[in-house]
Ligand binder design. Structure first.
Ligand code: NDP
Ligand code: MG
Length: 379
């Protein structure tokens, strides 16, 4: 039995994780969850899974048939990460944004296996997380489909035989539009992802291609790969979830349906596959296309490489500017194309290079940037 703590349990990844638990009660038990603002859903989920500890986002909570330990807000997320009662504990981080960072840090220190969907954790603090993982000797397992695919392609292979990682990108909601056609696009259109059903922030990140930039950074940290050896490629079908090319020219690819249940299942059971089928792919009739992913068309991807080149605190600057801009766009305060302008205006600033890269500064700088940007455009 693996004992699960799921933060962000009511979101897209959180609910799909719960689907897997529901179908496999002999393998998984939910011990702790954090719920968001949807209290009706929170009640249903808590009553079904009966976790020992629940973190509410605010002081509002539903009435329940039993009394779990109740904790609240950011401190509550830390308490869930620190709560420890069982042998084989897994912390599934399905929060969105930098709010996922401290819970990941605490869960590492409490020696839980980390199943990471919250990509912002590795984007803003990849070096810090990697050294903590080493120090506490806990597994860090990706949930993101591309990294799950790469991890599977790397099984049994030698690091020095890898030529490059090839991360595939669907292109997001506006992949068939030119840059001129992006003027005035709406939130409703941006939220219509052609292949995946996901939370709103990552759906916008996919439309701007910042999501792919984040995934390049994640891959750099997860697989110890220099940026020169990480390529991205446009693959509209989202069937090949990513690839690894070896020095001899052979390429291993991972194929599957566009459904996050598969990578979540693999992460929860890593390094084993489920005994039964999760969602299988019908190979007949498949046609696969691969095209260059242009950084001129998708400048946010180039901004991620820029931030990576500058390194240190610039990862946090990149993420904070993006997080604030996406939230402004989702709240109808700015246009879609303003997102990339806001990010660029932050990462070109030289003054951030004076700030030392450590956990406290990552958090401080992130919240300062987000608050300043939201204040500037928010009214
Ligand atoms: P969602 O927006 O669907 O869910 C996020 C959940 O976290 C929500 O329930 C939200 O609560 C809760 N939450 C967010 N911030 C806080 C906070 N500060 N305190 C407490 N709860 C909070 O996101 P996704 O599931 O789509 O994504 C989660 C992460 O996984 C992201 O980092 C994303 O990039 C990554 N990811 C997602 C994929 C997907 O298919 N969805 C694929 C690969 C990666 P509330 O309901 O109150 O807003
Ligand atoms: Mg992905």
């Amino acid at each position: 039995m693996r004992y699960l703590y799921i933060v962000g349990a009511l979101g897209s990844i959180g609910m799909q994780t719960l689907d897997i638990v529901r179908e496999n009660p002999n393998e998984f038990k939910v011990v702790g969850i954090s719920v968001g603002r949807n209290l009706e859903l929170a009640k249903t989920v808590i009553e079904e899974f009966k976790p020992e500890i629940v973190c509410y986002r605010t002081k509002d909570k539903p009435s329940l048939s039993y009394n779990p330990i109740e904790v609240y807000g950011d401190d509550g997320l830390k308490e869930i990460a620190n709560y420890s009662r069982y042998e084989d504990e897994v912390f599934v981080n399905a929060l969105v944004g930098i709010s996922g960072l401290i819970p990941t840090v605490e869960a590492i220190k409490s020696l839980k296996t980390i199943c990471l969907a919250n990509k912002e954790t590795l984007v803003v603090a990849g070096d810090i997380i990697k050294s903590l993982i080493k120090e506490y000797n806990v597994p860090l397992v990706p949930i993101d489909s591309e990294h799950s695919a790469i991890a599977q392609c790397l099984t049994g292979e030698k690091h020095n035989e890898i030529k490059r990682l090839i991360i595939t990108a669907s292109g997001g909601s506006f992949r068939n539009r030119t840059r001129e056609e992006l003027v005035g696009v709406t939130k409703v259109d941006a939220l219509k992802h052609p292949n995946w059903s996901m939370g709103s922030k990552i759906t916008i990140d996919s439309a701007t291609m910042m999501n792919k930039g984040f995934e390049v950074i994640e891959a750099h940290y997860l697989f110890d790969m220099p940026y020169e050896k990480i390529d991205t490629i446009l693959h509209k079908e989202s069937i090949v979830h990513s690839m690894v090319e070896y020095n001899d020219g052979s390429i291993k690819a991972h194929l599957g349906v566009s459904d996050m249940h598969n990578p979540i299942s693999y992460a929860l059971r890593y390094p084993h596959h489920a005994k039964q089928e999760i969602k299988s792919l019908d190979l007949f009739g498949l046609t696969l296309h691969f095209e260059e992913l242009s950084q001129e068309r998708f400048p946010c991807l180039s901004y991620a490489y820029m931030a990576a080149k500058k390194g240190g605190i610039y990862y946090a600057v990149l993420n904070a500017a993006n997080e604030a801009a996406v939230s402004l766009f989702l709240n109808d305060k700015i246009e879609f194309l303003d997102i990339e302008k806001i990010i660029y205006s932050e990462i070109v600033k030289d003054e951030y290079s004076l700030i030392e890269y450590n956990l406290d500064n990552v958090i401080k700088v992130s919240y300062e940037i987000m608050e300043r940007i939201i204040r500037k455009y928010g009214d």
